[in-house]
Design a protein around this ligand. Structure first.
Ligand code: NAI
Length: 328
């Protein structure tokens, strides 16, 4: 099958080439937009990542070019119009779970960095500054954590953070019986936000969860609490978190995802003038840590993404059951 792969970096090409089960792969560095649909002529399938845009207009144009299948090499699918795809007969397959521990461990890395300021200590020591002034953190042991979403990643995160001796409450419309048996308490969003020293988002972005963290919900946070978002940028209203950081209502912010990340993340813009004033403001805070959507980025996860992507492609070709199909 001829597969056009969008949004590729050298590491994507390396892993996809290594695990290819015999498909013709054509790589593009660009993200898919309407402008790039022209590149898909003659393709059977596309392989897309988090910032490729597959809205109704793009999907209709892809269908005209003969595309029958979209292989998402990620779990989230908020960038795809599933209803339009279904109407056009384009199948959407994804990688529902690939090393959820990779993202959960990254969320923990963000918490530890923001709390214990190891990034600042690293720089200080290199400059011969051995002072501890302004490096004080707090014990994770005994801290209260609100877990929003207890699917694959939330579950992995719960087990890690429980090991640190945190007391955890969770919010999820579908409580996980296994986690309840392990002692996890599910509460309403409002109750979880009021209690927590740390709020960690692990739910998908949908019309229901868009701007879940906004002026009103931030007002419920304990003053000075920490917010970690390793899920999707659209879960957080960026204007509102900036206001909350300025007032001190929000004490720490860790973002691995950002609402407008598609223009920034995965690119080296070190010689460019950043035009996005919101991210520039976020970067200026001493209590904000931003990483460029690297939660998934471990060897183990990259291998699983490649393997599952090709098993999805092979199932489509052979007519086997599409276990990883997503429907509206
Ligand atoms: P999952 O589908 O296994 O679990 C999501 C959970 O969130 C489900 O239990 C669902 O019931 C719950 N949920 C849905 N709406 C909710 C709401 N409004 N409030 C609370 N809970 C809600 O997904 P998984 O694999 O755990 O991934 C979670 C998210 O992490 C993905 O949707 C994706 O956006 C993000 N992600 C980020 C990566 C990164 O590199 N930073 C890599 C992979 C995923």
């Amino acid at each position: 099958m001829k597969i056009i792969v969008f949004s590729t970096c050298a590491y994507d090409q390396e892993f996809l080439n290594s695990y290819n089960t015999g498909h013709e792969l054509i790589f593009f560095e660009q993200a898919l937009t309407m402008q790039h649909v022209v590149l898909t002529q003659g393709a059977d399938a596309l392989c897309l990542f988090v910032n490729d845009l597959a809205n109704a207009e793009v999907l209709a144009a892809l269908r005209e070019n003969g595309v029958k299948l979209i292989l998402l090499r990620c779990a989230g699918f908020n960038n795809v119009d599933l209803e339009a795809a279904a109407e056009l007969g384009i199948k959407i397959l994804r990688v529902p779970a690939y090393s959820p521990e990779a993202v959960a461990e990254h969320a923990l890395a963000m918490i530890l960095t923001l709390n214990r300021k190891t990034h600042k200590a690293y720089n200080r020591i290199r400059e011969g500054n051995f002072s501890l002034e302004k490096l004080m953190g707090f014990n994770l042991h005994g801290s209260k954590v609100a877990l929003i979403g207890t699917g694959n990643i939330g579950k992995a995160f719960y087990r890690i953070i429980k090991g640190f001796g945190c007391s955890v409450v969770a919010v999820d419309p579908y409580p996980d019986a296994e986690l309840v048996a392990e002692g996890l308490r599910y509460v309403k969003l409002e109750a979880a936000l009021c209690e927590a020293d740390i709020v960690s988002l692990h739910c998908p972005l949908s019309t229901y969860s868009f701007h879940l963290i906004n002026k009103q919900t931030l007002a419920l946070f304990k003053k000075g609490a920490m917010l970690i978002n390793t899920s999707r940028g659209g879960l957080v209203n960026t204007h509102d978190v900036i206001s909350a950081l300025k007032s001190g209502q929000l004490g720490y912010l860790g973002l691995d995802v950002y609402e407008q990340e598609s223009n920034l993340f995965f690119h080296d813009l070190s010689e460019d003038i950043i035009q996005d004033d919101l991210i520039a403001r976020l970067i200026s805070f001493p209590n904000v840590l931003i990483t460029a959507h690297q939660g998934f980025f471990t060897r183990e996860a990259m291998q699983q993404i490649a393997e599952i992507t090709f098993s999805n492609a092979d199932a489509f070709v052979t007519g086997a059951t599409l276990v990883n199909e997503i429907k509206p």
